[in-house]
Design a protein around this ligand. Structure first.
Ligand code: GLC
Ligand code: CA
Length: 535
């Protein structure tokens, strides 16, 4: 008998930034109890897995991506009991809980680092990456990533910000400690992990200098930038091996989802999932698509290339927004019609969809000045005017995509009862919020809900094959999703004008906009309209 697809390949992921989701105790900061209050909302939306950005003990200098203790909870988010309750409440609703794990680095406030930096001969002296002399490597955020610690008279390496020292994974004690953390959380019932900057974990053992490149700014699919190719500071052979080893550790607890944050080209992303077979990470993000172009041609090329790189039994991930880059709707000129079409594609194509909180209602970026940013990154870049970064299309101030979730039109969008919220609520919240979109059957929110339902009810959308439809009008892109018993046709019109399509089908499973029609052998798609047909 054919083995059915593992759950981590048929699931759908909803990504929460806990600081901004829901504040349960009125201190202006979202928290774990707040997430628990909203679990019914997420289940009713139809998502099967929830990934939360980290809420572990942390000085919050990078809002949780600087961990001071991986097995305790930061008080502003709640307690260990709250975290365990969250896992339990997620499971009670038939969903899965995915934690965010930062294996590459810790906070400089972690006890391990404090000890490591204190002298050259303490018991953790070799837990981080120490060198007498820096080489030329740049950090991912720009500028040399080596930082001097006077206690040791040596430099430590950090791939990201100076207060996030990289762990030395070549030390077996470090590896063991980190694997034990994975076992700790799996033992508590966590179903999987999103793995932060996974492809930077190992660096070149000889610390050879990185070569020159003309590339100025890093892009979501290539970390090279600041005139340097990240050849020796990431994607080392040992990191691919680690993906396999980690898979083994996770499988001690049964089927476990692992999704890697890999800033690299698609062939590298694929290698992290495995070479011959999918024996590495179960999933890996492909970030080229964060810079998608809204055309039929772009998506046809994208999906075709992804299918080449991730054929079954591999499974790709479709992600258009996250906590670091501008929200997808920004690329669509904040046009809700286009957002509906984008998500119709995301929820019907062959892959695991991953949606960032607020994306389901079309929450937009909030333009905020660098100077007053809470995010540490923009403070490195106050020397240059803002428009330069906009021209280069880089997101510097990540606060702009992390504003509080817009629940309703009451004060602070129903996010918090505090006087002041940790980041301002987007002033547009009166128009864009869950409560008002709930009332509008044609809203983005209700569109996503219906598409999610369709996805659950039609296994072809989860496990079926994918084949492109040929001979479609310009700007129309279409494909079939097929199992032995079921065929669905998806037609997406990326153009503004209505289009006529001749095809054989028996019924309409879903239409995206009022007026999209299918009768007998012909279908009519409105501008930015879409149809799902049963063939
Ligand atoms: C990842 C996270 C980002 C974080 C960084 C350092 O890129 O998505 O938010 O700041 O890693 O951990
Ligand atoms: Ca709170």
């Amino acid at each position: 008998m054919k083995k059915s697809a593992p759950w981590y390949h048929t699931t759908s992921i909803y990504h929460i930034y806990p600081r901004s989701y829901k504040d349960s105790n009125g201190d202006g900061i979202g928290d774990i109890q707040g997430i628990i209050q909203k679990l019914d909302y997420i289940r009713d939306l139809g998502f099967e897995s929830i990934w939360s950005s980290p809420f572990f003990a942390s000085p919050q200098a990078d809002f949780g991506y600087d961990v001071a203790d991986f097995t305790s909870i930061s008080p502003e988010f709640g307690s260990m009991d709250d975290a365990l309750q969250l896992i339990d409440e997620v499971h009670k609703r038939g969903m899965r809980m995915i934690f965010d794990l930062i294996l590459n680095h810790t906070s400089d406030q972690h006890a391990w680092f404090k000890e490591s930096r204190s002298s050259r001969d303490n018991s953790r002296a070799n837990w981080y990456i120490w060198r007498d002399k820096p080489n030329n490597w740049n950090s991912m955020t720009g500028g040399n990533g080596w930082h001097f610690a006077k206690e040791r008279g040596q430099y430590y390496w950090s791939s990201f910000l100076p207060f996030q020292p990289d762990l030395n994974w070549r030390n077996p004690d470090v590896k063991k400690a980190m694997f034990d953390i994975i076992r700790f959380w799996l033992g508590k019932g966590v179903d999987g992990f999103r793995l932060d900057i996974f492809n930077t974990i190992y660096k070149d053992a000889e610390f050879r200098n990185n070569p020159f490149t003309f590339k100025l700014a890093p892009t979501p699919d290539d970390p090279s930038g600041y005139f340097q190719k990240a050849k020796f500071s990431q994607d080392q052979p040992e990191s691919f091996e680690l993906a396999k080893e980690l898979r083994q550790v996770c499988e001690e607890f049964g089927d476990t989802l692992t999704v890697g944050e890999i800033t690299a080209k698609r062939n590298i992303v694929r290698k992290f999932a495995g070479e011959e077979k999918n024996d590495g990470l179960t999933l890996a993000f492909d970030f080229e698509m964060l810079e998608f172009k809204f055309t039929a041609g772009y998506f046809r090329r994208l999906i075709s290339d992804i299918e080449t790189h991730f054929p079954p039994p591999f499974m790709p991930v479709y992600v258009f927004s996250n906590l670091d880059k501008r929200r997808s709707i920004h690329r669509l000129g904040n046009d809700m019609r286009k957002a509906k079409l984008l998500h119709m594609l995301q929820l019907t194509v062959r892959g695991v969809p991953c949606m960032y909180y607020g994306e389901e209602i079309g929450m937009t970026n909030l333009h905020l000045p660098f100077k007053t940013a809470l995010d540490p990154i923009p403070h490195k870049y106050t020397f240059a005017p803002r428009f330069v970064f906009d021209l280069l299309n880089v997101t510097v101030n990540r606060d702009e995509v992390r504003t509080p979730m817009q629940w309703d039109s009451t004060k602070h969008a129903g996010f918090s009862s505090a006087e002041q919220t940790w980041l301002p609520v987007h002033p547009e919240y009166g128009n864009i919020n869950v409560a008002s979109e709930n009332l509008d059957s044609a809203s983005l929110l209700n569109t996503i809900r219906s598409l999610m339902r369709l996805r659950r009810e039609n296994p072809a959308l989860q496990t079926g094959t994918l084949e492109f439809l040929e001979g479609l009008p310009d700007e129309v892109f279409g494909y079939t999703r097929k199992t032995e018993t079921e065929t669905l046709l998806v037609l997406l019109n990326f153009g503004e004008t209505a289009k006529e399509v001749r095809l054989k089908f028996s019924e309409t499973a879903y239409k995206l906009s009022v007026g999209d029609e299918a009768q007998g052998e012909s279908a009519r798609l409105n501008g930015f309209g879409g149809l799902i047909l049963v063939g």
